[in-house]
Write a protein that binds this ligand. Sequence first.
Ligand code: GDP
Length: 365
Amino acid sequence: SLTAGIVGLPNVGKSTLFNAITKAGAEMANYPFATIDPNVGMVEVPDKRLDRIQELIPAKKVVPTTFEFTDIAGIVKGASKGEGLGNKFLENIRQVDAIVHVVRAFDDDNITHVSGKIDPVDDIETINLELGMSDLEAVDKRLAKVAKVAKGNDKEAKAELAVLEKIKPVLEAGGSVRTIEFNEDEQKIVKGLFLLTSKPILYVANIAEDDMADPESSKYFDVIESYAKKEGAEAIAVAAEAEEEIAQLDDAEKADFLEAEGVEEPGLNRLIRASYHLLGLETFFTAGGKETKAWTYRAGTKAPQAAGIIHSDFERGFIRAEVMAFDDLDQYESEAAVKEAGRLRIEGKDYVMQDGDIVEFRFNV
Ligand code: GDP
């Protein structure tokens, strides 16, 4: 399954955020990862659509979907030059499918900052530079190999060489691969290079609790947001310490806390959803009967493979999918009314799943 890795300089609030995530997840019945790997946390994807479906098509149980976060602790500065620990840090990042980059955006004289000042852009660049240096090394190695082959008439090698030569100067200038524009063919080649700075990234500003209600008022969030925009990435603000407290409250206490803070929902929820989309994940639903359930699939998945996520028999014996969009159910308020409006669809094996589809699969056993 896909996982988002939490990265950041020491003392910026990574563990606090990870704890908030795992505490929110610890309520879940039995999540198997807790005992296997303390650095991996499962989290439920908060989705208000589930409540609405339950209201309209009541089921005995409602089951949200989940995905994984990985806490990537370890040294940062000098990682690309270091042996051992540094390599391990980079290797751990290589394993994740998307990067959640936590940046300190709160003042607190009691908490030491590794470089002695709060400068979010400097912090971000410190890490991105280490990742970029590691990528540059990988690109140079690959270049040496591919250049030889490309001297012949090998088309593939020539194409890869061109991509590597496009990437190299950007890395040399301290930039990230994700800032480069590639066409579709180039993108395939880039994917195969497994570079750290080509992974999708989300910047998380760890803001002061006082700024929770209005993150835009945080002077630090503003610069982080502009930095992200330049990279074509997203930035969100979360007050990690407050989120850790919120995650431990029951629903009633949570509502009180949020009201007192003047916020609509925990920042953690926004972080979870943004990370889910960053990973290219989407949700379909099965509704009614024993349980109404949210299921995770990768964007672009076709109906039979989506059926296979529920059970391999569903994929093997796939006949068709009966689909209604969540928005249609929301509007017409019952399956019968959706059908009457001509909005209940029969889809075949080439149908590409859409986020929010409510599906019943038909299959041969
Ligand atoms: P990590 O090294 O990045 O994992 O950072 P930690 O999560 O261990 O946090 C470092 C210190 O900063 C701890 O003492 C936290 O309690 C504190 N901290 C984390 N988030 C916040 C925050 O939002 N505001 C304040 N004032 N302190 C925080």
